[in-house]
Design a protein around this ligand. Structure first.
Ligand code: FES
Length: 125
């Protein structure tokens, strides 16, 4: 018999957000991100999840709520039980588990460049 984990993914912030239940195979040592990557590969390619370094814990892009607590999906352990995953509640929600996590200065620079404007320079002392 295959041991499974059940990922309840809320596709938005708050308890009222629509959620989807995914059953994924469980192997000891796997991360929540491993489970989410399985979902994207085998069950639902529309699920949006952000990650970059995968378990190096350097990019911080996989930060989500796991059972109501802020965690890195790449280092949080997948467990053979029901786990509730949500996007960060205090960030701008982009899609599914993805929120805007870039520093405000970088977002402003990017927005200005996108609009064809020159970003303001920080005064030097
Ligand atoms: S994927 Fe980089 S910290 Fe999790």
């Amino acid at each position: 018999m295959t041991i499974t984990a059940i990922l309840i993914v809320r596709r938005g912030p708050g308890a009222d957000a629509p959620s989807i239940r995914y059953v994924v195979p469980y192997t000891p040592g796997q991360s929540v991100l491993d489970g989410l990557r399985f979902v994207r590969q085998a069950l639902d390619p529309t699920l949006s999840v952000r990650h970059s370094c995968i378990s190096a814990n350097t990019c911080k892009e996989c930060m989500i709520l796991v059972d109501g607590k802020v965690a890195y999906a790449c280092t949080a352990r997948l467990e053979p039980r029901e786990m509730v995953l949500q996007p960060l509640p205090n960030k701008v929600h982009l899609r599914d588990l993805v929120t805007e996590i870039g520093p405000p200065d970088e977002r402003l620079d990017h927005a200005l460049k996108t609009l064809g404007c020159v970003p303001p320079r920080t005064p030097t002392r």
